[in-house]
Design a binder for this molecule. Structure first.
Ligand code: PMT
Length: 403
């Protein structure tokens, strides 16, 4: 039995020449044991006949919100599916998905769907690289939708480049991998994971502080994925607007690096795994004023004396027991792999998650991130831009390989 057996798949087809591949795709899905319902936009019906897809899927094909006097219940369809796959996804449909526009049955089902959504873009190469398309892709990744990357080759226009919809076999692989992962969700049962997340605020006086742009989203995504795999989390969270509400995620809110260190040290002893996603201020004002600092008449400059904060990760690295796993993050702007490798050995990390502010959609505050895992001996594993939730899965997969 493969991981698609018994899965309910809605295939949404939009108006790209790649729609012709849909017949083969439906056949593969059915052969894999999936149940398939097909939705088509009006323009998709000009590329491939609904009758072909109805015959192959053994289900009526839905092309409109209403068919005669029969209403297609988009909410029911959205709830029925284990996955919604939009293939090919045109630039137009992706823009509608990103903007919440709901002028056809496919977009209505997309907005109603509670299941995972896969999208496999198919378009000409210049359309694919256009900033608006790329921005929409990032938005969709940020909503947690899963991109099946377009492939390179000859395009219908005669141009050669990236933009061809992924081959149906490759979309099947993406779906199978996803469901296989879901089936092994209890892989961290019995494990306790300490996660640091968010920024630290180092007070200058009661109204001002030294801080940074970390939102805590990366750490929260990790916490959610750990509990999805059956583990328990101690989340030590710096000042953040995020709310975390899960019985297996115990949140300790802190403000400064010293407070974060105290909480991290407290929970590290009980942890099997520690992941340091926080952006900790390296320095803090030596003396925080107890009253608001007032500027004096004619004052043009001000000096604040800073002292070094303890390195939380390195402190845990020194205390690390043989069977504990310690994972660090590195936010670099230059010589990324070399700098990350240096931190790896200095702080006693098993591996380090490198992200760069130079990558669009990566780092602070985005819902997406693009990371490279750096292991001992400069070994690296690079990943595409993904939602922080999917990045969290990649990190946990790497941890489980060590376990
Ligand atoms: O919170 P988000 O908005 O989602 O953004 C996520 C993120 C960009 C903050 C995250 O992906 C990230 O890169 N976190 C680490 C940022 C950082 O401070 O990197 P660094 O290279 O300065 O530190 C290296 C490692 O040492 C990190 O694991 C850090 O948590 C840890 N460290 C650093 C200094 C310190 N005093 N104590 C530490 O524990």
């Amino acid at each position: 039995m493969n991981s698609l057996t018994g899965k309910k798949i809605i295939l949404g087809i939009t108006g790209s020449i790649a729609a012709y591949k849909a017949a083969f795709f439906v056949r593969l899905l059915i052969k894999s044991g999936a149940e398939v319902k097909v939705l088509m936009t009006q323009s998709a019906t000009t590329f491939i006949a609904p009758l072909t897809l109805a015959t192959l899927s053994k289900n009526p094909v839905i092309t409109g919100i209403a068919d005669g006097d029969e209403w297609s219940n988009h909410v029911e369809l959205g709830l029925w599916a284990d996955a919604l796959v939009i293939a090919p996804a045109t630039a137009n449909t992706m823009a509608k998905m990103a903007g919440g526009i709901c002028d056809n049955i496919l977009n209505a089902v997309y907005l109603s769907a509670r299941c995972p959504v896969f999208f496999a873009p198919g378009m000409d190469l210049d359309m694919w690289v256009h900033p608006s398309t790329q921005e929409n892709v990032q938005k969709l990744l940020g909503y947690g939708n899963i991109l099946v990357e377009p492939e390179s080759g000859e395009l219908a226009s005669g141009l050669v480049g990236k933009g061809r919809m992924a081959e149906p076999e490759h979309i099947i692989t993406a779906l199978s991998d996803f469901f296989r992962k879901e089936e092994t969700t209890q892989s961290l049962a019995g494990k306790t994971v300490l996660i640091t997340a968010g920024p630290t605020y180092e007070p200058i006086d009661p109204v001002r502080f030294i801080g940074n742009h970390s939102s805590g989203k990366m750490g929260k995504a990790l916490a959610e994925k750990v509990v999805a795999r059956g583990g328990k989390v101690h989340l030590v969270l710096g000042p953040s607007k995020l709310t975390v509400d899960h019985p297996d995620i115990r949140v300790t809110k802190v403000s400064t690096a010293l407070e974060m260190l105290a909480a991290a040290e407290k929970y590290f002893a009980q942890a099997d795994i520690a992941i340091m996603a926080a952006a900790v201020a390296d320095f803090r004002p030596k003396n925080a004023a107890t009253e608001k600092i007032k500027k004096k008449a004619g004052q043009e400059e001000m000096t604040i004396e800073l002292v070094k904060n303890p390195d939380i990760a390195a402190t845990l690295g020194q205390k690390k027991r043989k069977n504990q796993i310690l994972v660090g993050f590195a936010l670099e702007t230059e010589n990324p792999v070399a700098n990350a490798s240096r931190k790896l050995s200095k702080k006693g990390f098993d591996f380090i998650v490198l992200n760069s502010l130079k990558d669009e959609g990566a780092g602070f505050n985005h819902d997406t991130n693009r990371v490279t895992l750096v292991f001992e001996g400069n070994k690296t594993k690079e990943f595409q831009l993904k939602s922080k939730l999917d990045v969290a899965d990649d990190i946990l997969d790497a941890i489980e390989q060590i376990l």
